[in-house]
Design a protein around this ligand. Structure first.
Ligand code: GTP
Ligand code: MG
Length: 324
C-alpha cells in the first residue's frame, strides 16, 4: 500500500499547507484517495468539491492510473529484459527468453525439467546482458524442498569460474505452508529493489494449495486465495520489472479437448489466465525434453526440443559449452 507521505504531498502543487496536514492526519493511502468520490472527500476534509477533485486526480496520476497509447506501450515492452534459458530454441520460442514484467508458468509432470530450468535461470539471470542475463539476483521460493545448491554449483561450474558468487546471488525461501509462502511474497516488494532481484521463482505454486485445501467445501476459499496471490504476482512483476517464473503440476483433464492431451495444469481457472506465458514441459527420449508454448497473448503456439544435461539446459546433448 502507498501511504500518503510528506514527499507525496509536496507533489500536490497548488494545495495549501494546512490542507496537506489535514490529509496527512487522515492517513489516506494514494489507492484510497484515487477511489474516493469528490463529494466524499470534500465532506471529510471540509473543502470545496473542486479542490477534492484536484487531490483525487493527483493521487491517480501518482499511481499511474491513466491510459497509455499503444506506441507508449510498445516502448515499455521494448525496454523489458529477457533471461536466456540456455537453449536457443527455447529462447526463440519466447522471442528472446524469459521476460521481465510478466509471469511465465512451467507446467509438467515429475522429471519433466521444471526445477532444472529454474536452477539454470537462477544462474543465467546473473550473466552480463550481452550473454543473455540481466546482471541481477534470483529469489527462489522452494515449496517442494527440492532446491539444490550442489546442482546449481555443478551447472554453473561448466561456464563460470566463481561459483561461490553465483550461489551468493540466489536468495532461497523454503516454505512449509501457504501462509509462509504468502509472507515471503509480501516481503518481495521491499527485497526486490534492495537486492537487485531480477528473477523470482516459485517452485511449485501448486504444492501447498493442493495439500491444504482438500475437498469441495474448501474450493471457493482456495480459489479466492489463488486469485489474490495471482493479482499480487502480476503487480510485482509489472511494478518492479522482474521475471516471475512459477512451476505448476498437471492433473487429469476435466475437459479432454481444452489442452489436447488428457492433462491440464493444476489450480484451475482462478490461475489459468494470469501467466502471460504458459509452457508445457514433457519428457522425450533420454535427456531430451519437449516444451510447448500455449495460451500466450503475444507469441504463436509452438513446440521445441531441448535437453536437460549434466551441464544444464541446452540445445544439444551432451552440450559443448565454452567458459564465460
Ligand atoms: P517434479 O518436481 O518432480 O514435478 O519434476 P521436475 O519437472 O521439477 O523435474 P526436474 O527438473 O527435477 O528434472 C529431473 C530430471 O532432470 C531428472 O530425471 C534427470 O533427467 C535430470 N537431471 C537432474 N539432475 C541431473 C544431473 O545432475 N545430470 C543430468 N544429466 N540430468 C539431471
Ligand atoms: Mg521439481
Amino acid at each position: 500500500m502507498f501511504i500518503v507521505e510528506q514527499t507525496t504531498m509536496i507533489q500536490l502543487e497548488g494545495i495549501e499547507k494546512e490542507l496537506l496536514k489535514k490529509l496527512e492526519q487522515k492517513d489516506y493511502s494514494l489507492g484510497q484517495l484515487s477511489l474516493m468520490s469528490e463529494k466524499e472527500l470534500a465532506e471529510d476534509l471540509e473543502i470545496e468539491e473542486e479542490l477534492a477533485a484536484l487531490i483525487i486526480q493527483k493521487a491517480q496520476e501518482q499511481l499511474g492510473i491513466h491510459p497509455y497509447t499503444a506506441a507508449e506501450f510498445l516502448e515499455i515492452e521494448r525496454r523489458r529484459g529477457r533471461i536466456t534459458t540456455g537453449s536457443e530454441e527455447f529462447d526463440s520460442m519466447l522471442n528472446g527468453g524469459i521476460w521481465t514484467g510478466e509471469i511465465t508458468e512451467l507446467v509438467g509432470s515429475f522429471s519433466s525439467g521444471k526445477t532444472q530450468l529454474c536452477f539454470q535461470l537462477c544462474i543465467n539471470v546473473q550473466l552480463p546482458k550481452d550473454l543473455g542475463g540481466l546482471e541481477g539476483k534470483a529469489f527462489f521460493i522452494d515449496t517442494e524442498r527440492t532446491f539444490s545448491p550442489q546442482r546449481i554449483e555443478e551447472i554453473a561450474s561448466f561456464r563460470i569460474k566463481n561459483t561461490k558468487k553465483v550461489l551468493d546471488n540466489i536468495l532461497v525461501a523454503p516454505t512449509s505452508n501457504t501462509d509462509i509462502m504468502l509472507a515471503y511474497i509480501n516481503q518481495l516488494e521491499k527485497i526486490i529493489p534492495e537486492e537487485n532481484i531480477k528473477l523470482v521463482i516459485i517452485d511449485s505454486l501448486a504444492a501447498h494449495f493442493r495439500a491444504e485445501f482438500i475437498g469441495k467445501n474448501r474450493l471457493v476459499e482456495r480459489q479466492q486465495k489463488i486469485m489474490n496471490l495471482a493479482e499480487k504476482l502480476v503487480e510485482i512483476a509489472v511494478d518492479h520489472d522482474v521475471a516471475i517464473v512459477v512451476t505448476n503440476q498437471i492433473i487429469a483433464a476435466i475437459d479432454q479437448f481444452l489442452y489436447g492431451s488428457g492433462e491440464e495444469p493444476a489450480l484451475g481457472f482462478a490461475w489459468a489466465h494470469r501467466p502471460q506465458q504458459r509452457i508445457f514441459l514433457r519428457k522425450s527420449r533420454g535427456s531430451a525434453r519437449i516444451a510447448r508454448l500455449f495460451d500466450s497473448s503475444r507469441f504463436p503456439d509452438r513446440e521445441i526440443l531441448f535437453y536437460v544435461t549434466e551441464q544444464g539446459i541446452s540445445d544439444t546433448s551432451p552440450a559443448s559449452l565454452e567458459f564465460y
